[in-house]
Design a protein. Structure first.
Lengths: 276, 256, 409
């Protein structure tokens, strides 16, 4: 350009105009190149699943992002903006220190009838994990998700050796036309998979000795949490014309999906199992 | 546009009292500048006529009725030339060596912003592909390039003739050309010698003196664009019409 | 398959009904594409434009859609730069509308110019004094910015985001969105302005000519402010219309009210400036020796048009939009936004068509022009194209993130 252009002159007008234009072109190109490089770096670093969780988390409605300290009654209302990453949450650390002083009683009354044993840790996506004696962890779905989905039509399990990240995809359930992703409660490498017959789906080997489980729900939190989840489910199942009715006190059904086939289960799975 | 007064500034003075409206200038112009025959569907508003003769009437009943003919081409604005600054790709240029506002059709992409900008409607867009009937291409002027569809063109005071005169002078070892050596086709062809042409920078030139005549007027002088085409008339009503400012004399609604 | 493309938790009309809805638009686009083909292959003799009326329906359309499309840059500016978080609810829709408006305008411009293949000349040897060069540069750059801003909206599609590379690219691009919003704002300010400058610099057209403030005529600034004023109104209007057609609540009512308030506060500022400018214009035209009233002699373009533009479609909606009570009434809010948009549509019409229709030479007459079917079909093709892109975007992409939350409550 410039010297190639007939009668081009280095006048102030030309310099300002073309300077501004090429600065903008440079900014646009730089933005695209930076994005591409960062994308390649993230893909190489296997960060796709962590990014998927971050991205999904921000697309989730605030009703799905309730802080765990609401379940324990420490807050009336608090929305998590930290991707449920309690391990890096200052507020969580602070509250945990106070909780230790007065250990909260386990309120089994809050549980509306789901079997949620307290010997394991629960993720917000309704998967649980429990350490084996050999140091590996097994991962399964909790009673809420099990009853929600009922009998899946297909299970799409990861290959042995797949590396899972916290709140990354662990495996997929298919139910009819819809599918749902189950979140991995912890980081690790899949060493064994199962069809769920023994109550678990994956066995993972943690990647380091320091296994991060601080973000998982436990003990006194579990009951109120599942009550809240059940309320949310009932919101969906309630007849829109009648509105929300009080639970009849009976046991939750074994297969909600089969019980209410007319509902938009795609949306319900998406909300309750955290896959927007 | 800054004007270099040591260079010639070519201008035109048209004596409308002498103009009979014969249209010879229009024909000569079209032939000189390779304007193609109009498409059968072309209208007054889509045809190409670098030089266009308008009729002005005093509007009085017989026997007081009077009319004059006003040949209007590009007025070669010398200052704040409306079409030069608007062109996005430098296809319109003011030549400081001659004062001629030149259109460069090969650079033009046909946005027609200059057509909108020109208050004299002196710019013409090529709505059709130029077509010369079989055999007529032999009449084409080899000194002037033809234009394609989709570009704008206009009067350039027969710039090709200026180039030819300059080349001839250079061949003879002269640096300047005499007034008589360069006359546009319209001026040359006018049977009543109504069109005068020459260097306005030369105070002794024919056009210079005529432009200072009290009969002289220019179109839309008040816009401040310093057109280099002057008109002469002794008739007061002609002055009255052109002094009537824009849109104050609208006679109604019609296809101009 | 269709169901798998629709965002989770949102319901869309069944596929056959959707097909029925897009069918007329596809037909309209088809006819328009044929008209465009005629114009490109046979030349602009297919239009009713001529050497006197050299800009027509198309330039008017370009000016209008670009003014209405300003919602994209202005919403982006308010959200990313001024951190008005509540506008997150409409930003995707605003970006889509911006993308539609600008791509449509550029497409029509490519038909409008006689030699579109020479358009690159402007980038190679631009005349930096030309407003049109400024417009070309800014619109080209801004269209690229809009495409880049629209890409993340597309990549967020339910199926596409399952592809890891797409998801990560979207995520990384979104992190840099503030840069693009800033560039977009800068570009928009300039080209909205230069579109106004386009007419303001016409020294040969005293009706449009305005004195320069700095290096730009006053219309430069008026166009920026008016575009910023109606951009949010147009977003409000399209959101409301989408909501009506799809029979779904898409955003919380406060969002529409906020948009109305933003629109109203800028509009009142614009109307004051426009009035001042008009008074100055009357004086300056008078000083040149023209009669300002002479420009309004023709009944079709009488002073009523000035009154309509400044008062009925300017001052009135501005005052309405500034009233809290009006904003809380959806009907009145939508009506006011419609009036505001109509005001700008009229302003662009006056600047383009009245400027060209008025005679310049003392012995000229008023000019009339009515577009040919090819021009109208091309115009309608842009509208059909916009409807199609928006319909598909609404069906398969998340244009209103709040929709799902509202549905689930």
């Amino acid at each position: 350009m410039l010297s190639l252009v007939f009668a081009y002159a280095w006048s102030t007008g030309n310099i300002i105009f073309l300077g501004a234009f090429f600065t903008i072109v440079a900014i646009i190109v730089a933005t695209l190149v930076t994005t591409t490089l960062r994308t390649l770096r993230a893909l190489r670093a296997n960060a796709a699943e962590a990014i998927r969780w971050k991205s999904d988390f921000h697309d989730m409605p605030s009703s799905s992002r309730t802080c765990r300290h609401v379940f324990t009654g420490e807050f009336e209302r608090r929305v998590c903006n930290n991707e449920f990453n309690c391990n890096g949450c200052e507020q969580h650390a602070l509250l945990l220190a106070q909780q230790n002083a007065a250990a909260m009683p386990v309120n089994a009354q809050m549980n509306p009838g789901f079997a949620l044993p307290l010997d394991r840790l629960y993720s917000r996506g309704h998967t649980w994990t429990k350490q084996n004696t050999d140091g590996t962890y097994v991962i399964g779905v909790d009673d809420f998700a099990a009853r929600l989905i009922g009998t899946p039509s297909a299970i799409d399990l990861p290959a042995i050796g797949t590396r899972l990240s916290i709140n990354g995809s662990a495996w997929n359930f298919k139910k009819g036309e819809t599918s749902v992703r189950m979140l991995s409660p912890l980081e690790g490498e899949v060493v064994e998979t199962s069809d769920g017959a023994q109550g678990w789906y994956l066995r993972v080997q943690p990647l380091s000795a320091d296994v991060k489980t601080g973000h998982l729900l436990r003990g006194a939190e579990v009951g109120p949490w599942i009550q809240r989840e059940f309320d949310r489910l009932q919101n969906y199942l309630a007849d829109p014309k009648i509105g929300l009715t009080l639970p009849d006190g009976g046991m939750p059904v074994r297969d909600f999906t089969a019980e209410f086939p007319e509902k938009d289960w795609d949306a319900i799975y998406s909300t309750l199992l955290l896959e927007p | 546009m800054e004007t270099n007064h040591t260079s010639p500034r070519y201008g035109m003075v048209i004596d409308v009292d002498r103009c009979t409206g014969c249209g010879n200038c229009m024909v000569a112009c079209a032939v000189e500048n390779n304007v193609p025959p109009a498409d059968p569907k072309a209208t007054e508003r889509t045809g190409t006529t670098w030089m266009r003769v308008s009729k002005l009437e005093n509007g009085l009943p017989f026997p007081e009725n009077r009319s004059v003919y006003l040949p209007v081409s590009c007025q070669q604005c010398d200052h704040h030339t409306p079409c030069v600054s608007v062109c996005p790709q430098n296809a319109v240029e003011y030549d400081t060596e001659s004062g001629i506002v030149a259109q460069i059709p090969v650079r033009c992409f046909g946005c027609r912003y200059c057509v909108t900008a020109c208050p004299y409607h002196a710019r013409y867009y090529n709505w059709w592909d130029p077509v010369w009937p079989e055999g007529m291409e032999k009449t084409l002027n080899p000194d002037v390039s033809t234009r394609m569809r989709g570009v704008v063109e206009k009067c350039n005071f027969c710039h090709g003739r200026l180039q030819a005169a300059r080349a001839k002078a250079a061949a003879e070892g002269r640096r300047t050309i005499a007034d008589a050596e360069y006359v546009p086709a319209c001026g040359e062809s006018c049977p009543t010698h109504a069109i005068h042409f020459g260097n306005l920078s030369d105070p002794n030139s024919d056009v210079s003196m005529l432009s200072k005549d009290k009969r002289a007027f220019r179109l839309l002088e008040e816009l401040g664009t310093e057109p280099k085409v002057y008109f002469l008339s002794e008739q007061d009503w002609v002055h009255a019409i052109v002094k009537n400012k824009i849109s104050t004399e609208l006679k109604g609604h019609g296809n101009g | 398959m269709d169901k798998q493309l629709i965002s989770r938790g949102t319901s869309r009309t069944p596929l056959p009904r959707f097909m029925l809805w897009i069918l007329p638009w596809v037909a309209m686009l088809g006819i328009g594409l044929y008209a465009i083909f005629l114009c490109l292959s046979k030349g602009l003799n297919q239009t009713n434009m001529d050497n006197r009326f050299s800009f027509g329906l198309w330039i008017y359309l370009d000016l209008t859609v670009i003014a209405l499309g300003a919602g994209a840059f202005f919403t982006g500016f308010l959200l990313y730069i001024l951190k008005r978080k509540e506008l997150k609810a409409v930003i995707n829709s605003a970006v889509t509308i911006g993308f539609i408006c600008y791509s449509g305008a550029v497409a029509v411009l490519a038909v409008d110019v006689g030699q579109p293949l020479r358009a690159w000349f402007t980038f190679w040897h631009p005349n930096v004094h030309s407003m049109l060069a400024e417009v070309t540069f800014c619109i080209t750059c801004y269209l690229i910015v809009l495409i880049i801003e629209y890409i993340p909206v597309v990549l967020k599609n339910r199926r596409i985001k399952n592809v890891p590379s797409m998801l990560v690219f979207e995520f990384e691009l979104h992190k840099l969105m503030v840069v693009l919003a800033a560039v977009g704002t800068f570009l928009s300010f300039f080209h909205q302005g230069s579109l106004g400058g386009l007419y303001g610099v016409l020294v040969g057209r005293p009706f449009a000519f305005r004195p320069a403030l700095g290096i730009w005529p006053t219309t430069f600034f008026l166009f920026i402010i008016s575009a910023a004023a109606v951009g949010p109104s147009f977003i409000l209007l399209t959101t409301w219309l989408t909501s009506k057609i799809s029979r779904k609540q898409l955003v919380k009512p406060e969002v529409l009210q906020d948009l109305g308030k933003i629109s109203g506060s800028i509009l009142i500022f614009y109307i004051i400036l426009k009035t001042v400018d008009t008074i100055f214009w009357i004086n300056s035209v008078h000083a040149l020796g023209f009669s300002p009233a002479g420009f309004f002699r023709i009944q079709e373009f009488g002073t009523w048009i000035l009154f309509l533009e400044i008062v009925v479609l300017g001052l009135v909606p501005a005052i309405l939009l500034l009233s809290n009570r009006v904003r809380q009434n959806t009907t009145l809010l939508v009506l006011s936004a419609t009036l505001a948009c109509a005001g700008i549509v009229l302003n662009r019409y006056v600047m383009t068509i009245q400027t060209l229709a008025l005679p310049t030479l003392p012995f000229d007459q008023f000019l009339s022009y009515s577009p040919s079917w090819q021009e109208v079909a091309t115009f309608l093709a842009v509208i059909a194209y916009g409807m199609l892109v928006y319909s598909f975007s609404f069906r398969y992409l998340t244009l209103f993130p709040q929709e799902r939350e509202i549905q689930s409550v």
